[in-house]
Design a binder for this molecule. Structure first.
Ligand SMILES: Cc1cc2nc3c(=O)[nH]c(=O)nc-3n(C[C@H](O)[C@H](O)[C@H](O)COP(=O)(O)O)c2cc1C
Length: 404
């Protein structure tokens, strides 16, 4: 079975026929319509409370089954602000329940273990006309990376000069196209907290420490307060120093952060970014860093840089003293930015270590894999929730010899 997931706002159906002509079997069409896709809130219910099943009861409930029982999924995507828009991003974030929390290592990076025996090929289509060549490249690279993360073979459909299907191959993120710029010491830095978590947010913990040190020289705004977005987007036009701070979600920003970014207009001033992620290696965030460089150009803002820190997920379970120690360098990097008007390159380089996993870490992981220690973080919570026995459930698979 092959399924088109139409995530565009305007479902002009002409394209269906052109795409159908590329395949010799009938394509199913799944439209999302005006109903939005709930943004993932990072609650981990799909991993720890109802293994394999997302807690939300929106249209994704039907989409999961069509997705995992297809051999090919074709995603029709809208772009906004030079990236995939928040709706497409929400869809990708919500694919996470189809994988295990358990980790395996490949090519010097962490990956989630497969929950299902196979995953569909992922085919992407988006219009290029609103994009610069660099933005188009950033999106294609990001989508390649996402499919790789999701254990799917990646393809792209382009429509000019004629509709054609091309396979996407391995590539590195086109980051460092801009140097980190320098500004004056900041009177005030506005920091947007992009964690969607309602409780237990690592970002909130880190930013609380930043506020304790910098006092009125920072103003932290929580992007969950959507009622304030229009006012904040207006204020952005005259705010000199702005940072967007977020957890990494499927190699880029959480979808509500993208929805806010879509509201921002070009304006004078500085912009900086901070990305913290679950896996330890900072290479996880390189495709997002490449986008933020292009976003700064689009917004005509001075790019002060992107700080990246991996291995943050376990922060909440550390004792308070250890938490302070763990976040010290992250907090320091923001303090330096405010006091000096620029990131300290040494601090940023230290934060980013390791870029990828070296042989020592791979060896350690191999040893730990032979014990229950490597999965302790997840298994103890599965047991506490009394669903340990169900941890390998694959709830969306049709097993009656269907037409997959
Ligand atoms: C839907 C989803 C996708 C994620 N994708 C990634 C990823 O691609 N790479 C990574 O290292 N961490 C990933 N993470 C882990 C988060 O970045 C990490 O847990 C982070 O510390 C959460 O921060 P917060 O508590 O402030 O929201 C993902 C988490 C969620 C919920």
């Amino acid at each position: 079975m092959k399924t088109i997931f139409d995530l565009r706002d305007n479902h002009d159906s002409e394209i269906y026929k052109s795409i159908q002509d590329l395949y010799d079997e009938k394509l199913r069409i799944f439209q999302f319509g005006d109903d939005s896709i709930n943004a993932c809130t990072g609650c981990w219910s799909c991993w720890l409370k109802t293994p394999g099943r997302c807690i939300f009861k929106d249209r994704m409930v039907d989409a999961y089954s069509d997705y995992i029982n297809s051999d090919t999924v074709i995603l029709l995507i809208d772009t906004a602000q030079g990236f995939i828009n928040h709706k497409a991003k929400a869809f990708l974030d919500r694919i996470i329940p189809l994988y295990h929390p358990y980790i395996e290592i490949g090519d010097g990076e962490c990956h989630h273990v497969a929950r299902y025996k196979s995953y569909p090929d992922m085919v992407f289509f988006y219009e290029k006309k609103m994009l610069t060549a660099a933005e188009d490249q950033v999106i294609e690279d990001y989508l390649y990376r996402t499919a790789y993360h999701f254990k799917s073979k990646p393809f792209r459909i382009e429509k000019n000069p004629a509709y054609r299907l091309t396979q996407l191959y391995s590539r590195a993120a086109k980051r460092k196209s801009l140097d980190f710029a320098t500004s004056e010491p900041m009177e005030k830095l506005v920091i947007y907290n992009g964690s969607p978590r309602k409780k237990g947010s690592n970002s909130a913990l880190i930013l609380k420490s930043v506020e304790e040190i910098l006092g009125s020289r920072v103003e932290v705004r929580d992007l969950k307060e959507t009622a304030n977005w229009d006012r904040w987007a207006d204020e952005f036009l005259s705010e000199k120093n702005v940072m967007i701070f977020m957890p990494l979600y499927v190699h880029s920003m959480p979808s509500h952060v993208m929805a806010f970014i879509e509201k921002l207009q070009p304006s004078a001033g500085n912009i900086s970014f901070f990305v913290q992620s679950g896996f330890i290696e900072s290479s996880q965030s390189h495709f997002l860093e490449a986008y933020f460089e292009q976003l700064s150009v689009r917004l005509q803002r001075n790019y002060l840089g992107t700080a990246i820190k991996g291995g943050v997920e376990g922060l909440q379970i550390r004792p308070p003293k250890m938490q302070k120690k763990f976040i010290k360098l992250m907090v320091q990097s923001i303090v330096e930015l405010v006091l000096n008007g620029k990131f300290n390159p040494q601090t940023i380089a230290r934060l980013a270590k390791p870029l990828r996993l070296g042989w020592g870490m791979k060896f350690l992981f191999k040893i730990l894999s032979k014990t229950s220690l490597v999965n302790f973080f997840w298994d103890s919570q599965l047991k506490a929730n009394q669903v340990f026995e169900q941890r390998f459930d694959a709830p969306y698979l049709i097993t009656d010899g269907g037409d997959k």
